[in-house]
Ligand binder design. Structure first.
Ligand code: GRF
Length: 191
């Protein structure tokens, strides 16, 4: 089986990226080789520094330039990509280059609460406002449209009438920590 060299794209805290790095730290066929971040001062950048993983900063202007992200990934022999809290749209040339090899996590049960400008806290605030009885996470392949690629897996949690923004965030965070690495493993073990 081909060895998978993963790149994790993250923009902020990077709790998912760190969890994925730990999960694959001694994996026989999948390793995290690269963190791509669009902000030099993002917490994930400093958190990665003492690990044996390369870091590339690619600012928002460069991300959109054709070939830039592909070049960065080729430099590190990347053959699998995971968006873990990456808040920029991935350019079309990158999507077609890594067709069916880019996974994203979204903190809602897509197609609900997805699309442009639906990220982070905004998703949970909308769920709360609409008094949803459940929410969850979606792991999906990435295509040219925000949150529209083929769904790979969804995990749900029930919501109580007493739920707060913080309690929803905690439930979602637990689902992400528990399930995202396992789904990445399943997808890239079939590659
Ligand atoms: C996660 O909730 C993820 O689902 C969403 O952005 C958040 C990122 O959190 N896309 P972190 O940076 O991994 O801590």
């Amino acid at each position: 089986m081909q060895h998978i060299n993963l790149a994790l794209f993250a923009s902020g805290q990077g709790s998912n990226a760190l969890n994925i790095m730990s999960f694959f730290s001694n994996h026989p066929t999948i390793s995290v080789e690269l963190i791509v971040c669009n902000k030099a001062d993002a917490p994930i950048v400093s958190a990665t520094q003492n690990r044996n993983v390369a870091i590339e900063i690619c600012d928002n202007e460069h991300i959109e330039k054709q070939g830039v992200l592909i070049g960065i990934c080729e430099k590190h022999a990347i053959n699998g990509v995971v968006l873990a809290g990456f808040l920029r749209k991935i350019p079309a040339d990158f999507v077609s280059h890594f067709s069916n090899k880019i996974l994203n996590i979204h903190p809602s049960l897509l197609p609900k609460y997805g699309g442009e400008n639906m990220y982070g806290k905004k998703v949970h605030e909308a769920v709360l406002k609409n008094k949803e009885a459940k929410t969850g996470i979606t792991i999906h392949f990435v295509n040219e449209e925000y949150d529209k690629g083929e769904i790979i897996a969804q995990f749900e949690c029930q919501l109580e009438p007493t739920e707060t923004l913080a309690s929803i965030q905690e439930k979602i965070h637990s689902l992400e920590m528990e399930n995202f690495p396992k789904v990445i493993e399943q997808v890239f073990s079939k590659a």
